[in-house]
Design a binder for this molecule. Structure first.
Ligand SMILES: Cc1cc2nc3c(=O)[nH]c(=O)nc-3n(C[C@H](O)[C@H](O)[C@H](O)COP(=O)(O)O)c2cc1C
Length: 151
């Protein structure tokens, strides 16, 4: 009932790269926002049932990669679980070692500061330790993904 209404709240669409030091993964997230200027903090709401959450908890690092208007297919790809999801994409690293999607518009390399409970999700509050613009383009918006997330 509220599905259409909550999509009136604007979000971008991001690929979140995670690593536990040995394994890497990436997933699509829309529930990402800046929550502090100094230090620069981002909050990411993540379902604790995701495989990516295990890696995030162990490794304590992630990257937030901004998807562009023409990257709908990438949002869909990383919005599904699966083995070897990362294959076929170019990745790079900055300070934390979290995988960064080279074709994203921009990235934020982050260390997890702390978690907060939020119903069926956990909020990871993350400190940005490095960031850069990678490609030109306009950000993809969550509402433009329709019911890609099944909601
Ligand atoms: C457009 C879109 C937005 C999404 N936003 C979130 C989000 O903000 N938080 C979240 O935990 N999952 C979100 N998901 C769901 C995950 O991307 C999806 O469950 C994914 O399979 C998790 O990957 P993993 O199981 O490999 O960790 C979103 C999916 C889509 C398609």
């Amino acid at each position: 009932m509220t599905g259409d209404l909550v999509k009136q709240i604007s979000h971008g669409v991001y690929v979140i790269g995670v690593s536990d030091g040995c394994h890497q993964n990436a997933f699509t997230a829309a529930w990402v926002m800046q929550v502090s200027f100094e230090p620069l903090l981002l909050a990411i709401s993540i379902n604790p049932e995701h495989y990516s959450y295990q890696l995030l908890q162990v490794g304590g690092v992630c990257s937030v990669n901004v998807l562009g208007q023409d990257q709908y297919a990438i949002a869909k790809h990383f919005g599904q679980s699966g083995k070897d999801k990362m294959a076929g994409f170019k990745w790079q690293k900055d300070i934390t070692g979290a995988p960064i999607l080279s074709e994203s518009l921009a990235y934020f390399d982050c260390q997890v500061s702390h978690y907060a409970d939020a119903g069926d999700h956990k909020i990871a509050v993350c400190k940005v330790v490095a960031a850069a613009k990678l490609n030109e383009g306009q950000p993809l918006l969550y509402r433009q993904t329709g019911n890609m997330d099944g909601r």
